[in-house]
Ligand binder design. Structure first.
Ligand code: LMR
Length: 366
């Protein structure tokens, strides 16, 4: 057995976590040989609900579940963590747009960025799920000067999986035979679900579907799926979001399938002409615990326009929270070449791979 890793989860008694934690504890996220320590964080008024969930986790007798600790603040909960899943946020109710949440969640994520900076393992990998996820991830990252921007990501794998599932249904293909879907931009209705590079059984998708179905049915369906689920259930998606968290972290840490592309919200290095320093969903491949943007995809004018529209929304969101983005981290988010992390985990007790500069300063993440 490997030594256990520490995973912090905020909003741990919420609906997404209720699905997620059982998957994590059973090894679906990090593999069947990786023990986990769960550091679960909730608001003080939710600690009894969290205690109940922890009892259920204990009652599953998962061999990989090493320890559970419960915390009512992020400063304790993030102590020494290798992975941080930031799920807790003010939820979106019926009739609300994600951007309505911007201001109310912004303070939460600046505090979380500072706490990660001060208490987490310096190689921590962070996934923001709470909406508006891209801009919340930006706020957290900009408030963590000692960490690299490349350690902060936002969840667009949910949109990616939705696109794959719905395309599978439409074409009759098994999702496993669909590849190279790209979600560009924001986790919001402005996102651009791009099928121009996608394949079914290694053949281009665009030759197998009607252009009008793609433009008039598929794209709006993916863009508005979150809202459609809220309207139907009266609640945000939960189990599918949990599955997307598992897939995102699994691929980031353990690598993507050979030849496969996945979508991750990451800090833009200017690839594809996207404004540097915003958290934008790009096509990536992962290996050795690092992600790399897939370069060189051909982008036509029609697609470019859609990529620009979602970029414009993210720039607007960034400008709306400018007061929470310290000037100190502006440069590191503009010039990623000076932000280095190997993805190699160092343990707080000084063990693990040698803490030589070889591991910490030579490998660019992107
Ligand atoms: C979703 O996409 O299902 C979630 O992000 C819910 C939401 O608020 O859109």
């Amino acid at each position: 057995m490997r030594r256990p890793v520490r995973i912090a989860v905020t909003g741990a008694a919420g609906a997404i976590s209720n699905s997620l934690l059982f998957k994590v504890a059973s090894g679906e996220m990090l593999g069947k040989d990786q023990p986990v320590i769960l550091q679960l964080i909730e608001m003080p008024g939710r600690m009894e609900a969290l205690r109940g969930l922890a009892m259920e986790l204990e009652d599953c007798a998962y061999p990989l579940l090493h320890t559970i600790t419960l915390h009512d603040n992020v400063e304790d909960g993030f102590n020494n963590v290798h992975y941080a899943l930031l799920i807790g946020a003010r939820p979106r109710g019926a009739g609300m747009e994600r951007r309505d949440l911007l201001e109310s969640n912004a303070e939460i994520f600046s505090r979380q960025g500072r706490a990660l900076n001060d208490f987490a393992n310096r190689d921590v990998k962070v996934l923001v799920v709470g909406n508006p996820a891209n801009t919340n991830a930006l706020i957290a990252s900009r408030n963590a000067p000692k960490l690299s921007p490349s350690q902060f990501t936002a969840l667009t794998r949910l949109d990616h999986n939705r696109a794959k599932g719905i395309l599978a249904n439409h074409t009759g293909a098994n999702p496993r035979n669909i590849g190279r879907i790209v979600i560009w931009g924001n986790h919001s209705p402005s996102q651009f679900p791009d099928l121009h590079h996608a394949t079914v059984l290694d053949e281009p998708v665009m030759g197998q579907i009607d252009r009008s179905w793609y433009e008039e049915v598929f794209i709006p369906k993916i863009q508005n799926r979150g809202g459609e689920i809220i309207a139907a259930r009266g609640l945000s998606s939960a189990a599918s979001a949990a599955q997307a968290v598992i897939d995102h972290m699994h691929d980031w840490i353990l690598g993507t399938e050979p030849g496969e592309i996945v979508s991750m919200g990451i800090v833009s290095d200017g690839s594809y002409g996207v404004e540097k320093g915003i958290i934008y969903s790009f096509p990536v491949r992962c290996d050795y615990g690092r992600y790399q943007i897939v370069k060189g995809l051909e982008i036509g004018d029609w697609a470019r326009e859609r990529m620009k529209a979602t970029e414009a929304e993210l720039i607007e969101e960034r400008d709306a929270v400018q007061h929470l983005l310290p000037a100190e981290t502006a440069e590191s988010h503009q010039n990623l070449s000076i932000c280095l992390r190997s993805g190699v985990t160092l343990y707080a007790d000084g063990t693990g791979p040698d803490a030589s500069s070889k591991y910490l300063t030579t490998n660019r993440v992107m």
